[in-house]
Design a protein around this ligand. Structure first.
Ligand code: CA
Length: 376
C-alpha cells in the first residue's frame, strides 16, 4: 500500500512537474509571441501614405473627413503614420480616385461611390438612391445589417477596401427658376442633377446635364440651365443660387449621400495590426464627424436664409409629381435588377431593411418632433 502511494505520489509529482513545465513553457512562448507582436505593432514603424480626394481640399464639409483622418492617425501613432492629403487642385483628376487607389498611385482615396456606376452599377448602393434610406437607417444597414458585406463584395474586384466616409444627410431637391405644379412643368427644363436621379428626371422629360461645381452659378444665372440640385443650405448658400432661382424644393433624390474612403488592399495588409485598427477607427470617427459638421452648417445657413433672404420660396413637389418620380425610380431600379444578380440581391436586402427600420424612424425621432413641436 505504502509502495502504491509512493508511486502515485511520484507520478503526481512528476505529472505536476511535467504539467508545470508545460505551462511554464507555454506561458513563456505566449509572452515571447506577445512581446514580438507588441514589437511589430508598436515599434514606431514609419509609414507615409498619400490620399487623393474628389474635392478641392478646402471644400468643407466634404473634404473635412480627409484632414481629420490624417490628423487622428498621426496623433494616435505619435506622428509615425502620416497621410499626405491631395485635393483635386493637386492631382487634377476628381473622378480618377478609384483608379488612383486601385493602381496604388495613392494608398487611400476619398470620394463618392456612385461616381463609379460606369465601372459597376452596384457602387450606387453605398452612396444613396432616390427614395432610399435616411442617414441613420443607412449607417445601421452598413454596420449592423449587410451593408459592409455587400460593399466588400462589390469592391473586392478593384483590390480596394471601401469604408463609409461621411454623410450629408438628406439633400434638398434643388433650386428652380419657376414653380413646379405638375409633371408637365418638368418637361423641357434643363437641370443639373447627377446619378440615378438624373436618369429618373430624364424619364420625366427633364433635359439632364452635368456641370462642374465652379460653373453652376453662372450657368443658372445665364439661363444655360433652369434648375440644379447641389447639397443643402450649408453648402448651397455659399454658392448664391438663391439669388437667381428662388424656388427651393425639399429632397427626394439623395436622402443620405455617403462619401467613401477607399483603401488599397495590399497597402492595408502591409500595415502593422495596430495601424490598421487606428486607421479603421479614425475613418469611422471622421465619417461621423462630417455629418455633425454639415448638420450644424445647414442649421446655421437655414436660419440665415430665412431672415436675410425672405424671397426664397421653400416648396415640396406636389404628391402626384413625387409619385411619378417614385414610379420612374422603381422602373430604373427594376431594370438594373433584371440585368444584374448582385444588384437584385442588394435591392431586395435594402428594401427589407428599410421596411423594418422605417417603422422605428417614424415612431422615434419623427414621432417625438411631431408630438412636441406645438407645445408651449
Ligand atoms: Ca447632390
Amino acid at each position: 500500500m505504502k509502495k502504491i502511494l509512493m508511486i502515485v505520489s511520484a507520478l503526481l509529482i512528476t505529472g505536476l512537474i511535467v504539467v508545470g513545465c508545460g505551462e511554464k513553457a507555454t506561458t513563456n512562448e505566449n509572452n515571447k509571441a506577445e512581446a514580438s507582436k507588441a514589437k511589430v505593432d508598436t515599434k514606431d514603424k514609419k509609414v507615409v501614405w498619400k490620399l487623393a480626394m474628389t474635392w478641392p481640399s478646402t471644400l468643407t464639409p466634404l473634404a473635412s473627413p480627409t484632414h481629420n483622418l490624417a490628423k487622428m492617425v498621426s496623433d494616435m501613432t505619435n506622428g509615425n503614420f502620416k497621410i499626405i492629403v491631395h485635393g483635386k487642385e493637386k492631382h487634377k483628376a476628381p473622378l480618377g480616385i478609384l483608379d488612383f487607389v486601385k493602381n496604388k498611385q495613392y494608398e487611400i482615396g476619398h470620394s463618392g461611390s456612385y461616381y463609379w456606376k460606369g465601372k459597376d452599377i452596384n457602387t450606387i448602393w453605398f452612396t444613396t438612391i432616390p427614395f432610399g434610406m435616411t442617414m441613420k437607417e443607412q449607417y445601421s444597414w452598413f454596420y449592423y445589417g449587410d451593408g459592409m458585406r455587400y460593399m466588400k463584395k462589390v469592391y473586392d474586384k478593384f483590390g480596394v477596401l471601401n469604408f463609409p466616409g461621411g454623410n450629408t444627410g438628406v439633400q434638398m431637391g434643388g433650386w428652380f427658376k419657376k414653380e413646379i405644379n405638375t409633371v408637365e412643368d418638368l418637361k423641357g427644363i434643363k437641370m443639373r442633377i447627377p446619378g440615378l436621379a438624373g436618369e429618373v428626371m430624364a424619364k420625366l422629360g427633364v433635359s439632364v446635364t452635368n456641370i462642374p461645381a465652379g460653373e453652376l452659378y453662372t450657368s443658372l444665372d445665364r439661363g444655360t440651365i433652369d434648375a440644379l440640385e447641389w447639397v443643402g443650405p450649408g453648402m448651397d448658400i455659399k454658392m448664391g443660387f438663391h439669388k437667381v432661382a428662388p424656388y427651393y424644393y425639399t429632397g427626394w433624390h439623395e436622402p443620405a449621400s455617403e462619401m467613401q474612403f477607399m483603401v488599397n488592399k495590399e497597402a492595408f495588409d502591409k500595415l502593422p495590426k495596430n495601424y490598421q485598427n487606428i486607421l479603421i477607427t479614425a475613418m469611422k470617427a471622421s465619417a461621423s464627424d462630417m455629418y455633425y459638421e454639415n448638420f450644424h452648417a445647414s442649421s446655421e445657413a437655414w436660419a440665415k436664409m430665412k431672415t436675410e433672404f425672405p424671397n426664397i420660396k421653400v416648396k415640396s413637389f406636389p404628391q402626384p409629381v413625387m409619385q411619378k418620380m417614385k414610379d420612374a425610380t422603381d422602373e430604373v431600379l427594376n431594370n438594373y435588377a433584371s440585368k444584374d444578380k448582385i444588384f437584385k440581391a442588394i435591392y431586395k436586402n435594402q428594401k427589407a431593411y428599410i421596411k423594418k427600420a422605417r417603422q422605428w424612424s417614424k415612431m422615434g425621432e419623427y414621432g417625438y418632433i411631431k408630438t412636441t413641436e406645438s407645445l408651449k
